[in-house]
Design a protein around this ligand. Sequence first.
Ligand code: ADP
Ligand code: MG
Length: 620
Amino acid sequence: MSTNNEPPVEKHHFQAEIQQLLNIVIHSLYTDREIFVRELISNAADACEKLRFVQASGTAVFQPDVAAGISLTTDEAAGTLTITDTGVGMSHGELVENLGTIAHSGTKAFLKQLAEDRKPDATLIGQFGVGFYSAFMAAHKVTVFSRSRDVDGAGWQWTSEGVGGYEIVPAGELPRGTKIVVELKEDAKDFAKPDTLERLIKRYSSFVPFPIELNGKRLNTVQALWARSKSEIKDEEYNEFYQFIGHDHTAPLLRLHFNADAPLAIQSLLFVPARNFETMGMGRIESEVNLYCRKVLIQAKAKGLFPEWLRFLKGVVDSEDLPLNISRETMQDTTLLQKLNKVLTGRFLKFLSEQADLHPETYEKFYAEYQKFLKEGIVTDFTHREALAKLIRYESSSTDPGKQASLTDYVKRMPEDQKEIYFLMVPNRAAAESSPYFEVFRERKYEVLFLQDPWDEFVMEHLHEFEGKPLKSAEKAELNLGDATKKEGALSEDSAKTLAQWIKESLGDRVGDVRVSQRLVDSPAVVVEADKYMTSSMRRILKSMRKEGEAAPPEKQDLEINPAHPIMTRLDAMRQKDGELAAEVAAQVFDNARVAAGILEDPRTMLNRLNQLLEKVLTK
Ligand code: ADP
Ligand code: MG
């Protein structure tokens, strides 16, 4: 369509973060430039899938008879590559919003990862939801022609050279969908060669579920890998499929391909990525499992198919039992979805436990990367708690340093007289082994789990027990080593009790109860939280959550003393000679016990006293 008037040209700036991203893409990313082809095809495929979805939900679209598909053309003489799709297209508003104005949350994360990596990994760009901009690695100019699926929409032309923003002008009548013309940089002309393109499309896009043509020749054959028989599928095919649907360039860590007939007919292919993207600065990730019915996409990134704590999964679930015309909204809380969720989650958990048995090394890798999610499941999801409890792993006093064991193993190792499973929250193994709370367990040869992740406190609280055995903080264990006052050189029972009483009087309100301990070997004393529900690790967590300057919660710890320890026997003698000095020592012993428990609020307050004590020692 031609007009006599010049069309009005709208000039726009890129949003600051996007411009920043573009500057890096244009000037610093020279390796793996070819992935821009994958990204543009992937966007075209997304647009086609969205079209199918819009049509399936009964909305009228522009040119309904034009099937969704993708075609590429190369022009070596002109040095251009053109990618056209007949997907949903973009309206004026969508062009502005999607290509330049609203930065996805991934933009920042990707910028950060580029800044941190010595060798920036451009291939991740699609993962971070900014794949479109990768075109500028190879292009000096990109022109996007787009016509939205809206019946009364219009055609628009978007143009940019990457720097200096972009322009939009009306483009008159266009067929539905999007055409992207990539004008290649001088040193990127290779991408205008048909052979190069054919290789790239085969490599990256053979699983795109829409026909792809290159210069009029059909390249991919649509394959629903999940519907094929396992024995026919090669590892490479699985990996390529994963890389396509997962926008990932590495091989997956785990894969589960299964069929079920009852209670629902399901064909599913699930993957666990090698890396946990949530810990890479991406913020909360979203499940990328697409829901199909007889190979037709019902919902990409389907919500509710798996519990939240399995949001790291990527893949496909195909169920014949879904009504084809089901919409996103009605999908939300159908009982069907709940049933699917239950079957899928159960199957995946079973798969994990098989992996743990059959391939412990792979499971170890999985656990290192994803334990946070399993623990989240234990804390938030009652239904699967028991199965999840079997999957967690901890270092313990019976494992080699750095190795972890399951609760099932722990229970198998329990001596007959041990009734509870014990755990200690510690920053590391060394701290655990020198902890006064550990002494009784070392003597009794009871295994103790060394929990080193602050989350574990909540995990233990929610699990409560495992195979009928209560989970108990070692700090709260009611265990004893027999009467310590019978040991050689120990205070007698009476003297020990009197000393305890004297310490209580001397410390006053600062301490709860003071009593004679039955569980200490090497330590002179230990503190025990007076509150039944409080442990020192919980107190540490509360402390770390408190804002600067905020008052500490009132605390009260009981003190248990070791009647066989030289400090106690001598303290008992000293209190009768020099009450004042003995009181200082008692206060210091109490503070030391709190240091050992990691809960002394401000260690500076005890320094004066400690210095005075040192002075006295040195004048002797
Ligand atoms: P992502 O694909 O992860 O959303 P991109 O940077 O690749 O991120 O694309 C940004 C957005 O631009 C897409 O979400 C989509 O809305 C829009 N878009 C890009 N290419 C097309 C296309 N060919 N057809 C329709 N919309 C597109
Ligand atoms: Mg994309």
